[in-house]
Design a protein around this ligand. Structure first.
Ligand code: PLP
Length: 447
């Protein structure tokens, strides 16, 4: 990219260190400066329009430019722009949002704890789980199991949960309490001749072997996304959750469903937990909770988790945890209005109505030479690319395809060589076609 001195592109290069980028490459190429958004579209500072095929970061469920969220924020800003929820203080927006989340919860939940990001929600979940183990007089029960290719965030603890090498490499992670079990990706992890059902069963056996090797009394919790997102959109094989959950029950291990991407409609039900019949003890939520108009996240915890924590905080005299922004009134008011929109406009119904077309078009990408696998559910999917010429440098083909998608007016995201699609939940059928028409054209240009 050539950019004029003092252009926003040049000032960006001079001023920011960016996430998930090669900083040296970014110094040379800069980034696309997005200026505005409307519905499923965003526009850069040069007036180029893109379909936001990733809903930002898997998150802008109601689309861009939603005026109701703007006025919810404004009204709350004017009334009470900030207050906290520490030490016997609270405020209306956080109470109303907590009540709403408990009412929406797909399994019985007792309390809500607010945080500001998905990473903080998962980090807090680990801390509360450890606190609970101590409360129960089981100080040895501290190990946490997550999965290879799972994504749970980037704080020291949540990055440790994340099962991706680039979140660990040179950060001296993971922390020793976190272990990673088998990724349920059938195509890459199956053994010769193994059926999908046998593979699902083996994933559960691997989990059980790990628990037994570590000592079941040392394992506190299992963290998992109902459908893996940032690890490459891995849809679990049939029977996977039915095999995994009894193992957790057998050893009294808490189940944390990371619903940060799946939550609020993405899989065609309000929660991924409903799509797969999960029985989590803790759910972590963010992203579509506010459609990312404001940073906010939440943990829902059931009574099994809440009661010992309440006892321990009473014994100590305080729950020594909390963020200045926990339950921020403006973020809470925006999230509440966002959830109203999701319900009133029946966006889950829209996902169900539009997803067959989305999944058909995704599958059709599989007919292209470059595409070795497509996978998806609801309004989330990925197309895995492969070409022998790029085989030595994983991610290079995906990066090239991503650049081509952008050129043609579609913002996608390559997770190494898997191209992800995760549009706003308001997307219409013609817009799904528009998105995949661009993807097809772009893929045909990549060589
Ligand atoms: N959990 C999942 C499933 C995610 O996809 C993400 C982010 O993509 C996170 C947690 C971390 O959220 P945040 O980036 O808000 O810290």
């Amino acid at each position: 990219m050539t950019s004029l001195p003092n252009s926003l592109e040049a000032r960006d290069i001079a001023s920011q260190l960016h996430s998930y980028a090669d900083a040296r490459k970014q110094e040379e190429t800069g980034g696309i400066v997005i200026e505005r958004g409307d519905g499923i579209y965003v526009e850069d500072i040069h007036g180029k329009r893109y379909i936001e095929g990733m809903a930002g970061l898997w998150s802008v469920a109601v689309g861009f430019g939603e005026k109701r969220l703007v006025s919810a924020a404004q009204q709350q800003m004017e009334k009470l722009p900030y207050y906290h929820t520490f030490t016997y203080k609270t405020h209306g927006p956080s109470i109303e949002l907590a009540e709403k989340l408990l009412e929406m919860a797909p399994v019985p939940m007792s309390k809500v704890y607010f945080t500001n990001s998905g990473s903080e929600a998962n980090d807090t979940a680990i801390k509360l789980i450890w606190y609970r183990s101590n409360a129960l007089g089981q100080p040895e029960r501290k190990k946490i199991i997550s999965r290879v290719r799972g994504y749970h965030g980037v704080t020291l603890a949540s990055a440790s949960l994340t099962g991706l090498p680039n979140n660990h490499r040179s950060f001296d992670l993971p922390i020793p309490q976190v272990l990673h079990t088998t990724c349920p990706h059938y195509r890459t992890n199956k053994k010769d001749g193994e059926s999908e059902a046998a593979f699902a069963k083996r994933c559960a056996e691997d989990l059980e072997s790990m628990i037994l090797a570590e000592g079941p009394e040392t394992v506190a919790a299992f963290f998992a996304e109902p459908v893996m997102g940032a690890g490459g959109v891995i849809v679990p094989p049939d029977g996977y959750w039915d095999a995994i959950q009894p193992v957790l029950k057998k050893y009294g291990i808490l189940f944390v469903a990371d619903e940060v991407i799946c939550g609020f409609g993405r899989t065609g039900e309000m929660f991924g937990t409903m799509t797969y019949g999960l029985q989590p003890d803790i759910m972590t939520l963010s992203k579509a909770l506010s459609s990312s108009y404001m940073p906010i996240s939440a943990l829902l915890i059931n009574d099994k988790v809440y009661q010992p924590i309440a006892d321990e905080s009473h014994r100590i005299g305080v729950l020594g945890h909390g963020y200045t922004g926990s339950g921020h009134p403006v973020a809470a008011a925006v999230a509440l209005e966002n959830l109203k929109i999701i319900e009133e406009r029946d966006l889950v119904g829209n996902v169900r109505a539009v997803s067959p077309v989305f999944q058909n078009r995704l599958q059709a990408l599989g007919e292209r030479d470059l595409v070795v696998e497509t996978r998806g559910i609801g309004l989330i999917g990925a197309a895995e690319l492969h070409h022998p010429a790029y085989a030595d440098a994983p991610g290079s083909l995906g990066g090239k395809a991503n650049a081509e998608f952008h050129k043609q007016g579609l913002i996608s995201r390559n997770m190494l060589d898997a191209m992800a699609f995760c549009p706003p939940l308001i997307i219409t059928e013609p817009q799904v076609h528009e998105m995949f028409d661009i993807a097809e054209k772009a893929l045909d240009t990549v060589e």
